[in-house]
Design a protein around this ligand. Structure first.
Ligand code: ZN
Length: 339
């Protein structure tokens, strides 16, 4: 297990969103250190910023130039909840580089890896910043996996918010499957069952919207009833987890009811599935999570969960919560395993 991060990632400050605080980085690293104290074998490494080519595999050149210019001129506002300071460009490019390094280590060294980064990335699209996100690190990482020879890459997003940016980037592509379990209705308003992908990508976006205050029973049902069967059928060469922790019950933004241990069980479910499929070990990329104690605890649980046993989560057609049954029906035309 490798943890990639860099203390320089604390230099970005978003004055429009004090909750996405530089302290989040230290909290996440604290979680990784606790996992090590609890017996996880960890190697912490600080990688290089993502190359221009890696960033351009997801983002438009003009958007990258504009973001760099804004940041280098001292910073400014990008939208109502997202601002840049003089370090934001370097920090965002470094965060994408951290996610790329995590993919490279999963692929070339066959080791699970966690990119502990900020700001988060999954709301950023090819040409827009949004929801605290400047560059889409998970998307850049997925594109890097494709460049390394992965035929199919899955991005599983368990952040409480729908990753509209990641969905957008891969919406018309079959080579990157985007799966998301998120609160709905909620920010950013996307991620409904009526968004299955388009063209070549039709069927390769799998959304499971859940109501406010959903707890582990709903998440377990979403995993057993939709996310795991779809992943199994897709048989990706690599699974990237957009690991947000704002569905934790202590989170000030999320309004859901997961505990820290829930994230460990979700990580175990993904990790066991990758072993079953014989694909690369999972790559995790930190997204949201705004309560510092919950973030540290949940990162610790996630890392320990990667080596744990799969939770006994089963799909019961009769008892599955309504939102999970609805998601199954919506996706069933595209996935045999859901019929
Ligand atoms: Zn979030």
């Amino acid at each position: 297990m490798r943890v990639y991060s860099d203390l320089a990632l604390a230099r970005h400050v978003n004055v429009n969103a004090p909750v996405e605080a530089p302290d989040r980085l230290a909290a996440a690293l604290e979680g990784a250190e606790r996992a090590r104290d609890a017996g996880a074998e960890l190697k912490l490494q600080s990688p290089e910023p993502a190359s221009r080519a890696a960033l351009e595999s997801v983002h438009e050149a003009r958007y990258l130039d504009g973001l760099r210019t804004l940041s280098r001129s001292g910073g400014g506002y990008l939208n109502p909840d997202t601002a840049a300071n003089e370090y934001s460009w370097e920090v965002a490019a470094l965060a994408s580089g951290v996610a790329v390094a995590a993919v490279e280590s999963a692929f070339m060294e066959n080791t699970a890896s966690f990119a502990l980064v900020r700001p988060p990335g999954h709301h950023a699209g090819a040409n827009y910043a949004m929801g605290f996100c400047l560059l889409n690190h998970a998307a850049v990482a997925a594109a890097r996996a494709r460049a390394l020879g992965a035929r199919r890459v899955a991005v599983l997003d368990w952040d409480v918010h729908h990753g509209n940016g990641t969905q957008d980037v891969f919406y018309r592509r079959a080579d990157v499957l985007y799966l998301s379990v998120h609160r709905s209705p909620f920010y950013p308003g996307t991620g409904s069952l009526r968004e299955p992908g388009e063209g070549e990508g039709r069927g390769f976006t799998a959304n499971v919207p859940l109501p406010a205050r959903s707890g582990e029973d709903h998440y377990a049902a979403a995993f057993a009833g939709v996310l795991l069967p779809v992943l199994r059928e897709y048989a990706p060469d690599l699974v990237i987890v957009s690991a947000g922790y704002d569905a934790h019950r202590a989170d000030p933004l999320g309004g859901m009811d997961l505990g820290s241990g829930s994230f460990g069980r979700m990580a175990a479910a993904v990790s066991v599935l990758t072993r079953e499929l014989g694909c690369a070990p999972p790559v995790l990329v930190l997204e949201g999570g705004y309560d510092l104690d919950a973030l540290a605890e949940s990162v610790e649980a996630t890392i320990l969960g990667l080596d744990g046993e799969a939770p006994r989560w089963e799909h019961h057609p009769e008892n599955a919560p309504r939102p999970v049954r609805d998601a199954r029906s919506a996706l069933a035309p595209h996935w045999e395993g859901l019929r």
